[in-house]
Design a protein around this ligand. Structure first.
Ligand SMILES: C[S@@+](CC[C@H](N)C(=O)[O-])C[C@H]1O[C@@H](n2cnc3c(N)ncnc32)[C@H](O)[C@@H]1O
Length: 614
């Protein structure tokens, strides 16, 4: 195998100005080495050095035949250190099999009533969004090609009418190229094509084009996988998926050039744009309810691990309105202590997804099979995320394990009775539990893909049906965790909006609060086992948990007859203090830190108010 090359600096693309890291005033001076912190002058730069040096100049870019380019720590990095600060080179609406709803192409939020851009017909919230900078390049290109989505029915959220019209045009191309599957209304592929187009057009942009074209746009021939029989088998699977990746790129070329008519873009340029988009996109969610997927100059160079040591977080300035799509700043933060020589890694996919789903996505989109610590451990740090309770010996709490995590036939073996099976096979003893698990997987897929909001009681029924002895699953099975995550996210959106709106208390107060708080605790425990420390998911979970507990505190205070705090209230205040202490510890942006510190002060004030009566 080719030896790793000598390291080079990682080139990032960051904001031009920022707030002084010490006093918060305008900071015209930027650290020239890491481009992360800004200063109002030399004095504050010197004063900030002890903190700043933790992340500054702490990594370099290397290359190998196995991983392509990857990033390595050149010194020990403490958890919480900010390593990169970037604005995306391109943002696109998030794409994927379940993204079949209109998203505003200006602000990337799902509008309650979708309107259409008067010039190109793509969905927008209103006039302001149709003239947003982020939408202008494709809007101008569609106009030049005289391509416009047809008018949607009056007041219609659904773009079905326009999309059936697209389908008609698409069908001609399908017959021509035999590449695309028949498009259904508002087919998720359209978002993928828009992403590919945005990247293709942005490659022409003076400031960002060079950095974009530098990113990986295709997959290498995988010669490194030919070392053993096992690897040859994996290699064969990757080859099949590689062909699908190529077809996806070809489909983008067909749609952009033949359907939308942007003939002046060469097939080669569009294929490269599509490849860059599909390989390097990072779904950011942006914490603002946006469907934002971003491509970065620096952060897109990191390799995947299911137990990553870094995470991408939204950088929120202390004041001012939330930044528009395409100008949000993101930071790459060390989620735990990283030793010198360790590769910097990111989780491309959420850990609660079923292993089989993750592996399929990894092979399809990125053409590799993860060999990280978590993937090599069939018990997955004792959580058994993919194992079900064996029907024959579940009373003894025995579980059926995957035989090897990369086994594409999904073979399983029970740790109790030793029975084996395969998810792909039909019939047979242990297959009862397998079949039940498979049915639950389908049911969950339907809920996740549903256009209507799935109510809490439906999710709870799912958990009830899935858990042993009614179903074959145990509390930390991936499907159960995904259902709990969906419940927490139902309320999470509320909380996140509230935390970003000054003066608005982020409380959730409804009869289910206690159960939602319990789900938060369960998920935090799992998150601490697989992805502990400073990361976006833990931060969101803690915020939601804080909001729910705050709601419970308020309800408790309202119902109190005496001023003496009951033990229940003290316990809730303890829980809130614990959550906000952790949020303060893991906060990286000034805004989050300030909010959490403010909440700690409020908790202390509440305690003081009650202490008089003790
Ligand atoms: C976002 S890019 C990362 C940067 C890329 N290596 C480069 O050279 O530009 C994703 C690609 O990196 C490679 N890669 C990332 N993580 C990997 C892993 N854990 N194992 C093997 N290959 C990986 C795969 O080729 C994948 O398609």
């Amino acid at each position: 195998m080719m030896a790793d090359e000598d390291g080079k600096p990682v080139v990032t693309f960051g904001p031009k100005s920022g707030e002084c890291a010490v006093c918060g005033k305008d900071g015209p001076m930027k650290c020239g080495r890491c481009q992360v912190d800004f200063y109002c002058g030399r004095q504050h730069q010197v004063q900030h050095w002890p903190q700043h040096r933790k992340g500054c100049g702490s990594f370099e870019l290397r290359e190998s035949s196995k991983l392509g380019r990857y990033v390595v720590a050149t010194k020990d990095i403490p958890a919480g250190a900010i390593l990169m600060r970037e604005i995306p080179l391109v943002v696109t609406p998030t794409y994927g099999p379940s993204e079949d709803r209109p998203v505003c192409v200006g602000c990337l939020v799902e509008p309650s009533v979708a309107r259409q851009c008067p010039k190109c017909g793509w969905p927008v919230c209103g006039d302001a969004c149709s003239v947003r900078e982020v939408h202008q390049p494709e809007c101008a290109a569609f106009q030049r090609a005289k391509y416009k989505l047809p008018k949607v029915r009056e007041g219609g959220m659904s773009l079905n009418a326009s999309v059936s019209a697209i389908s008609l045009r698409m069908k001609k191309v399908i017959i021509m190229t035999k590449v695309l599957a028949e498009l259904e209304p508002w087919n998720p592929d359209l978002w993928k094509f828009l992403g590919a187009l945005r990247v293709t057009l942005a490659c022409e942009n003076q400031a960002r084009g060079g950095l974009l074209r530098n990113l990986q746009s295709d997959h290498s021939p995988l010669e490194n996988f030919l070392e053993s029989a096992d690897q040859m088998r994996i290699s064969a699977i990757l080859m099949v998926h590689y062909r699908t990746f190529k077809k996806d790129c070809d489909a983008a070329v067909s749609w952009i050039r033949d359907v939308a008519g942007l003939k002046w873009l060469t097939a080669e340029a569009v294929r490269r744009g599509a490849g860059i988009c599909f390989i390097n996109s990072n779904s950011c969610s942006a914490g603002l309810g946006r469907k934002e997927t971003a491509v970065f100059a620096g952060m897109s160079l990191l390799e995947h691990s299911c137990r990553p040591n870094t995470d991408v977080l939204v950088w929120q300035r202390e004041d001012g309105p939330a930044p528009a799509a395409g100008s949000t700043e993101y930071v790459l933060v060390a989620s735990r202590n990283i030793a010198r020589g360790e590769h910097l890694t990111l989780a491309y996919l959420h850990n609660f997804l079923l292993g089989s789903v993750k592996r399929r996505a990894q092979t399809l989109a990125w053409n590799f099979l993860c060999q990280c610590e978590l993937c090599r451990d069939p018990s997955q740090r004792g959580l058994h995320l993919e194992a079900w309770c064996c029907a024959a010996c579940s009373g003894k709490k025995k579980k059926a394990f995957p035989v090897t995590i990369h086994d594409m036939q999904n073979s399983w073996s029970c740790s109790g009775c030793g029975e084996t099976g395969s998810l792909d096979a039909t019939g047979g003893g242990a297959q009862g539990a397998q079949a039940q698990a498979k049915r639950l997987e389908k049911r969950l897929e339907n809920y996740v893909g549903s256009t209507a909001k799935v109510p809490l009681k439906v999710w709870e029924q799912f958990i009830h049906d899935a858990l042993w002895p009614r179903g074959p699953l145990h509390p930390t099975h991936s499907l159960v965790l995904q259902a709990k995550k969906a419940i927490v996210e139902l309320d999470g959106v509320l909380v996140l909006k509230a935390t970003l709106t000054p003066g608005l208390h982020c409380t959730i107060n409804h009869p289910e609060s206690r159960r939602v708080a319990a789900y938060c605790r369960d998920l935090l425990a799992v998150s601490d086992a697989v992805c502990p420390g400073v990361n976006w998911f833990r931060q969101q979970l803690l915020l939601v948990h804080a909001g729910v507990v705050e709601g419970l505190v308020e309800a408790q205070m309202e119902s109190m007859r005496t001023m003496r705090p009951p033990r229940a209230l003290e316990k809730l205040l303890d829980e809130m203090e614990e959550i906000h202490t952790e949020l303060t510890r893991i906060a990286v942006s000034p805004k989050h830190k300030k909010t959490s510190l403010g909440n700690l002060e409020e908790i202390a004030a509440t305690r003081n108010a009650f202490s008089v009566f003790k």
